[in-house]
Design a protein around this ligand. Structure first.
Ligand code: C2E
Ligand code: MG
Ligand code: MG
Ligand code: MG
Length: 291
């Protein structure tokens, strides 16, 4: 279903992003209003730093508090935002809101890095960088408080120069770059060695059946490759204590998934971080801890 139109207006509809209800025009006009009315919210999902035994980063994930349809997940509206160009305004909102929240947490003594997702379409304009500059200035935070998640498909799109400008701009600002859904982009591994990114996030499809020896070997290889290239390697979609232990064993640096926490509203974060640190101390071992 991927639909590449004229360069600069590339619409991305993949398997994880389908518009299940409503039509594009209606969602577009509703979304335009939603941005103006403040109906978007960010949920935050912790990432556990295995060596430190605590959460050092959280990923910001957008939701839409739709007046009629309830809380909508991103796959209900991100594809429309991408195909209509609204993604630029949406990404600006996400970045600015994340910076606002970082300020609030820092003032409360909570020091976490926040990762935001940007779309491949975002690389076609300098919107991300200009928004970042304004938001960091306005909320008095530095680039090291932030991370930007980009899928590896960005590197395959026509207009790789635009992607490079984004990567360079982020690096110049001290913002970490994470490659999201790593391993699902069908890209050659050779690009990895020159890629200016700090982090690789292994897609959850690889984590799913780590009890299977072949899957485990694959994850172990990706972790080894990433770490030997100096990257921080994160596993997405960690749901069970078995996966947790297997990922620790293969040397994965950071873990994210429902085992630790679902994406939660910002005000839940302080309590959540305490709960996770406690669960880590107890080792996620006993059957009593199994979800
Ligand atoms: P992603 O960036 O790969 O985010 C991870 C997704 O996996 C999230 O879904 C999260 O809720 C889900 N997840 C986390 N842990 C687990 C787990 O243990 N098991 C399972 N089954 N799922 C888990 P969500 O929030 O629905 O987001 C879906 C996608 O929408 C994101 O994938 C990202 O590509 C996109 N997205 C989310 N927020 C934004 C945003 O602000 N801007 C843009 N451009 N895209 C966004
Ligand atoms: Mg992500
Ligand atoms: Mg991901
Ligand atoms: Mg994903």
């Amino acid at each position: 279903r991927a639909k590449a139109t004229a360069r600069g207006t590339c619409a991305v509809f993949d398997d994880t992003m389908t518009v299940e209800t409503g039509n594009v025009r209606e969602i577009e006009s509703d979304l335009r209003l939603a941005l103006a009315r403040g109906e978007l919210v960010l949920a935050y999902q912790p990432q556990l730093d295995v060596a430190e035994g605590r959460v050092t980063t959280v990923e910001a994930l957008v939701r839409w508090k739709h007046p009629r349809r309830g809380l909508l997940p991103p796959h209900e509206f991100i594809p429309v935002a991408e195909s209509t160009g609204l993604i630029h305004a949406l990404s600006s909102w996400v970045i600015t809101e994340a910076c606002r929240q970082i300020r609030i947490w820092r003032d409360a003594g909570l020091d976490v890095r926040v990762g935001v997702n940007v779309s491949t379409i975002d690389a076609q304009q300098d919107n991300v960088l200009t928004t970042l500059d304004a938001a960091m200035e306005r909320h008095g935070i530095s680039g090291s408080n932030l991370e930007v998640e980009i899928t590896e498909t960005l590197l395959l799109e026509p207009g790789g120069e635009a992607a490079k400008a984004l990567f360079d701009g982020l690096r110049a600002r001290g913002v970490h770059v994470a490659i999201d859904d790593f391993g699902t982009g069908y890209s050659a591994l050779s690009y990895l060695k020159d890629l200016p990114c700090e982090k690789l996030k292994i897609d959850r499809v690889f984590i799913k059946d780590m009890r299977d020896i072949k899957s485990r070997v694959l994850v172990e290889a990706i972790v080894g490759l990433g770490r030997n290239l100096g990257k921080i390697v994160v596993a997405e979609g960690v749901e069970t204590p078995d996966q947790y232990h297997a990922l620790k064993d293969v040397g994965c640096d950071m873990l994210q998934g429902f085992l630790f926490a679902r994406p939660e509203p910002a005000d839940r974060l302080p309590a959540l971080l305490g709960e996770i640190a406690e669960a880590v101390r107890s080792g996620y071992a006993g059957p009593e801890n199994r979800p």
